[in-house]
Design a binder for this molecule. Structure first.
Ligand SMILES: NC(=O)c1ccc[n+]([C@@H]2O[C@H](COP(=O)([O-])OP(=O)(O)OC[C@H]3O[C@@H](n4cnc5c(N)ncnc54)[C@H](O)[C@@H]3O)[C@@H](O)[C@H]2O)c1
Length: 245
């Protein structure tokens, strides 16, 4: 069991990659805070995964909610061992049609939240002299993105940079900070694309398919575990060979 008795907080865990990570973490013995803005879906995931989980409602872009979230998770489970910054949004809007309000919303959820939630979570981890933070970046963060994801991809590049800075800053407390950069994964974020775009993604992928969310979750579990004791500041490309760096 890779995460036996560890307490892990996963944002955006109501569906997709986050829900898969919650499921895999429970299988590996963790207690999981299933955090999402969508409480109905988060509660359903927590209910399915059983008594070692609890759903928490939080809009990660709201700093006040972030503070009380970490306090509630520590009150419920007694400690915090790992944070997975997975919540993210990817509205498909062209450069011409992007508005200031939408730009601000994408950066608030995908980048600002990673900064502030990591900082609050690290304070809860410092007394243990151990911790893990896993951030979700994207292949788009390396390439600039395709299919009208310009702002999204810039936030995911920002996540790669922030991962390095946080890794350096929190190393003295043995808090290790890494990122996962998935390629195209079969979740709602991808399947909203037009069918012809999806088919093009599959056709150009070496393995000729989308990733199953559990294939990303496995990497998240590994980076959250004691096995990953000599990895910090890294971004792991989990993309089936779509982009080889
Ligand atoms: N699906 C892909 O192809 C892909 C590829 C690369 C990276 N990623 C990244 O993986 C992560 C998970 O993506 P997914 O594909 O599972 O997406 P998804 O849309 O299926 O799920 C995202 C979850 O985040 C939640 N969320 C959105 N805004 C929130 C907020 N403000 N506060 C709290 N929760 C919020 C949603 O309710 C949802 O449950 C994201 O960071 C995404 O950018 C996904």
């Amino acid at each position: 069991m890779l995460l036996e008795n560890k307490v892990i907080l996963i944002t955006g865990a109501a569906r997709g990659i986050g829900a898969a990570a919650a499921r895999r973490a429970v299988e590996e013995g963790a207690k999981v805070a299933v955090v999402d803005i969508d409480m109905d879906e988060a509660s359903a995931v927590a209910h399915e995964l059983g008594s070692s989980t609890e759903a928490f409602r939080c809009d990660v872009s709201d700093l006040q909610q972030i503070d009380s979230l970490v306090a509630s998770v520590v009150a419920r489970f007694g400690r915090l061992d790992a944070l997975v910054n997975n919540a993210g949004i990817c509205p498909r809007v062209s450069i011409e049609d992007m508005t200031e309000a939408l730009f601000d919303r994408i950066t608030a959820v995908n980048l600002k939240a990673v900064f502030f939630l990591s900082r609050v979570a690290a304070e809860a981890m410092k007394p243990n002299h151990a911790g893990r933070i896993v951030n979700l970046s994207s292949t788009g963060g390396r390439t600039g993105g395709i299919y009208n994801a310009t702002v999204y991809s810039a936030t995911k590049a920002g996540v790669i940079s922030m991962t390095k800075a946080f890794a350096r800053h929190y190393a003295p407390w043995n808090i290790l900070v890494n990122a996962v950069a998935p390629g195209a994964v079969e979740t709602r974020m991808m399947t909203v694309l037009p069918e012809e775009s999806l088919q093009e993604v599959i056709r150009t992928a070496p393995l000729k398919r989308l990733a199953d969310p559990v294939e990303i979750a496995n990497c998240i579990v590994f980076l959250s575990s004691d096995l990953a004791s000599w990895i910090t500041g890294a971004t792991m490309d989990v993309n089936g060979g779509t982009l080889m760096v």
